[in-house]
Design a protein around this ligand. Structure first.
Ligand code: PHE
Ligand code: ZN
Length: 898
């Protein structure tokens, strides 16, 4: 299981450690450049282990300054130390022994942001997955659970705050200008959940009384002066704690729960036991600086990290192959939480949009891997949308197959049986199999087979016999290392609609399991026969997106329009609109590719969407506008309807020979068409959805803003005049409206005075607020067209651009690569070369960040041949470079393979 650089780690090679770690005592003497870490470890040899096996501890760039065995300096002949490995030989066969290790580390020089590092003068740690080995030599793997005591010694003036996991034991002065604090965490944990924070921070405090009446102190630490911006996070935390008690029966288990917000962080946040560390982007919010989306993200991520206390911390993973055991499950839990706090249907639509845009793309390209992979070269590269989002979908399918009561019983059994364990996916699934007495072995393929299943559907109705037949065929496409796939267990929620849109019930069904409204597709080909159907039904399939599959179902426009206006499932109504729009967009993109490209964006391109299939475009516009104008529907849903499939959605639907310019033109043409047809309605919505009430981030208010802003976008485009957006910018009294108006101005009228004035105003107004300036960088990075690259380069020399801050790098370079298809995929390939250069530079500083940015090129094979060649050349340049990190090497090699 040892992860030597560049080596492949295999699930099949798992075996437990030879030594059991009884306790850990850590003493940190903090110093910006020379921090001394003394680690006392008490081990005993595992029963049955080889009595001569050496103790092998992981390290990463470590400097060993002393090594003791049972308090005595160890004979140099008994150990070997390299920066990456410490091997100690001749250890006792049975009785416990103590190893004391002293290492010297340099937090200031730690630009990878793994291990102990400094962010804006704050000491903080990030240990998942393998960061603890950058602090001290250690059996750094998730199945080594131990109890930790932590002593922190630091300069008192600079670091009034000394924090670690668990409960505070005490503190005192410690010589000249220093002080110390001691922490004890009674819950055995793996090293990746260790955390330490020291520095000078402001505090927001509250309390929570648990189910059983215990009072928990809640503390959120932020930079001084930012305390008022932490109140929403605190509110979200308390709601999360209550929800986990109500819905999953899970109570918090320490006297104190702390969150620290830092400005330099590779990911969103980290669930360290009792001491979560957050990217401050997911803590800080107020109406002037945060959008509705920011609020929703904060709520979701606060909940996610808190929920890890049970799914991740109390029950952790046996090895990193089991990552989805904590991540997929915890994402499922945070999705349920958000759905309960907000609108379930709208939340589901947003989840599916995200799943398709990210996970489906990953699953169909060179980086495809199972939810539970069997090999990896660099575990950092497996914190993927497949492990997280598809992992959550798989959990959701268990709930669908079992139903709510048995799902709950299975979760209860899992918590009871595995509390304190380092568990596996098999352990998890076994709990559900046991309570439901169902065989879940075919279902488990969802964990082991990569690729998004394609399900082809065809229906027939025999009026004489009153028989409705549904033919289903599933094909799971080949993925790297998995050429042949077995049929999966796919739970499809469904309904049958009459011509009037009312539900139709069948007298009986044959051909496979149908329980309630769930049809279980388990064979490669399967035919379901519904009898006693009095009229031709319209099939609404995969309601609520019950299975993460691609449906190939040629429903005609009339049937789709019926579903869009009448289905009882809001998700399906949205999906039907999307299904009406996609063929129109794809056909138009195919037709405008190439030829029109030469002519630029004229009115010719605008009529293209309609020309491709006038009837479908008319049906779409009609359904769309009637939904958007339907006051009985919640505004957030109507806003989702107005959002249309994205350029990435169209690219995915086309699948190959992608010309991003043609896609952009096709989509703009349809937007213009809808804008013209809905001019009056959009005008009314901009007025009607406006509110004089003070800003509130609740879901209903956010939904009204979303609908108003979507309508405004169409109005501005119909008018081809920035004035309305400029007016909205001037009027905006919250960040949601302000940044939306800025986005419309800058995206559609980039070179106008109005856009430039707004950009200047925004920059001055929010100078000094890094999170808001990220929006300023991001909105400019996303402006479509060939001019984007020059703009990015200019912005990189802006004094505000800080290559050491991951949020800023993602705001500028990440937005360009991931959210600007026409700019990034410009036909001459110049942006690919630029990206290759940037990846190599960033890799020197922060390999995780570089590897993640590089995945923006994972769709390169889908591009039309000229662009694909250029992308490949840029990737080859990266691959041939010397001194690549393990992270970037792993990604680039997989992307080029085959
Ligand atoms: N475990 C974190 C989460 O999902 C993500 C994370 C992984 C953060 C690795 C940092 C490093 O909640
Ligand atoms: Zn997580």
């Amino acid at each position: 299981m040892r992860t030597e650089t560049g080596q492949v780690v295999s699930l099949a090679d798992y075996r437990p450690t030879d030594f059991v770690l009884e306790r850990v005592d850590l003493t940190f003497e903090l110093d910006p450049t020379e921090t001394k870490v003394e680690t006392r470890l008490i081990f005993h040899r595992r029963e049955g282990a080889d009595p001569t096996a050496p103790l092998v501890l992981d390290g990463d760039e470590l400097v060993l300054t002393s090594l003791l065995f049972d308090q005595i300096e160890i004979d140099p002949g008994r150990y070997t130390a390299t920066p990456n490995l410490l091997t100690i030989r001749d250890l006792p066969a049975a009785e416990p022994f103590e190893i004391t290790i002293t290492t010297l580390i340099n937090p200031e020089a730690n630009t990878q942001l793994m291990g102990l590092y400094r962010s804006n003068g704050i000491y903080c740690t990030q240990c998942e997955a393998e960061g603890f080995r950058r602090i001290t030599y250690f059996p750094d793997r998730p199945d080594v659970l131990s109890v930790y005591t932590v002593n922190i010694i630091a300069d008192k003036a600079a670091n009034p705050l000394l924090l670690s996991n668990g409960n505070f034991l005490g503190g005192a002065g410690y010589g000249e200008g220093k002080h110390f604090a001691a922490w004890f965490d009674p819950h055995p944990k793996p090293s990746y959940l260790f955390a330490l924070v020291a520095g000078d921070l402001g505090l927001v405090e509250d309390t929570f009384t648990t189910l059983s009446g215990r009072e928990v102190a809640l503390k959120i630490y932020v930079e001084h002066g930012k305390e008022p911006r932490a109140s929403y996070a605190m509110d979200a935390l308390k709601r999360s704690m209550k929800w986990d008690e109500d819905v999953f029966g899970r109570e918090y288990d320490l006297d104190i729960f702390m969150i620290v917000a830092v400005s330099d962080f590779n990911m969103g946040a980290m669930e360290n036991k009792g001491l979560n560390v957050f990217n401050d982007k997911y803590v800080l919010a107020d109406p002037e600086t945060a959008t509705d989306a920011d609020y929703a993200n904060i709520e979701a991520i606060i909940a996610h990290e808190y929920f890890h206390n049970w799914t991740g911390n109390r029950i952790t993973c046996r090895d990193w192959f089991q990552l989805c055991l904590k991540e997929g499950l915890t994402v499922y839990r945070d999705h349920q939480f958000s759905a309960d706090q907000r609108s379930r249907a709208v939340k589901r639509i947003a989840e599916v949009r995200h799943l398709r845009a990210e996970q489906f793309v990953e699953d169909s390209g060179p980086l495809a891997h199972p939810v539970r992979p069997n090999t990896y070269k660099e575990i950092n590269n497996f914190y993927t949308t497949t492990v997280y989002e598809k992992g959550s979908e798989v959990t959701g399918m268990i709930a669908t197959i079992l139903g709510p009561d048995l799902f709950k019983a299975g979760m209860d059994l899992y918590f009871e049986r595995h509390d304190g364990d380092a568990a596996t996916v098999e352990d998890f699934v076994a709990c559900f199999a046991e309570v439901s007495k169902r065989d879940l072995s075919q279902f488990s393929l969802w964990y082991n087979q990569a690729g998004t299943p394609n399900v082809t559907v065809s229906c027939a109705y025999d009026v004489g016999a009153g028989l409705f037949t549904v033919d289903l065929e599933q094909v799971v496409p080949p993925t790297p290392g998995q050429p042949n796939k077995q049929p999966m267990h796919i739970p499809l929620r469904f309904g049958l609609l009459s011509a009037a849109g009312a539900p139709l019930a069948a007298a009986g069904v044959e051909g496979g399991e149908v329980s309630g409204d769930v049809l279980h597709l388990t064979e490669r080909r399967q035919t379901f026969r519904f009898s006693g159907i009095a009229e031709r039904p319209v099939l609404s399939l995969n309601r609520g997106f019950s299975a993460p599959v691609v449906l190939h179902f040629k429903q005609d426009s009339a049937d789709l329009a019926l579903i869009a206006s009448h289905d009882s499932d809001l998700f399906s109504r949205w999906q039907a609109l999307s299904d009406l729009a996609l063929p129109v967009l794809c056909e138009s993109a195919r037709q405008t590719g190439g030829k029109v490209a030469a002519k630029g964006r004229g009115t010719k391109a605008k009529s293209a969407a309609v020309a491709a299939d006038p009837a479908a475009a008319v049906a779409l516009t009609k359904s769309l506008l009637s939904i958007v104008g339907d006051d009985s529907l919640e505004p957030a849903f109507r806003a989702q309807a107005l959002a249309l499939p994205s350029e990435a959605d169209i690219a995915r639907e086309l699948g190959s020979n992608i010309d991003p310019d043609a896609i952009h033109r096709a989509r703009q043409a349809l937007v213009a068409e809808i804008a013209r047809a809905g001019l009056d309605l959009f005008g009314q919505l901009v007025e009607g959805m406006a509110s004089d009430a003070p800003y509130s981030p609740d879901a209903a208010s956010a939904g009204r803003r979303a609908l108003k802003n979507a309508a405004l976008g169409y109005l501005v485009q119909a008018a081809q005049d920035p004035a309305k957006a400029a007016e909205a910018y001037d009027k905006a009294d919250n960040m949601t409206d302000l940044s939306h108006a800025l986005g419309v101005l800058v995206t559609y009228f980039p070179e106008t005075e109005a856009a430039q004035a707004a950009l200047g105003n925004f920059q001055t107004r929010f100078a000094g607020n890094a999170l808001v300036l990220d929006k300023w960088f991001s909105v400019q990075a996303s402006i479509p067209g060939d001019g984007a690259l020059a703009r990015i380069k200019a912005l990189m020399s802006n004094p505000g651009f800080n290559p050491a801050n991951p949020n800023r790098v993602r705001a500028l370079i990440g937005s360009f690569a991931f959210s600007n298809p026409t700019g990034f995929h410009r036909a001459d390939g110049a942006a690919y070369d630029f990206m290759a250069e940037q990846i190599l530079l960033i890799d020197k500083r922060n390999p995780q960040l570089a590897a993640r940015l590089l995945t923006s090129m994972r769709t390169w094979r889908m591009l039309e041949p000229t662009r694909a060649e250029k992308a490949k050349a840029a990737l080859s340049t990266i691959e041939k470079s010397s001194g690549l990190s393990n992270d970037v090497r792993d990604i680039v090699e997989r992307m080029l393979k085959g």
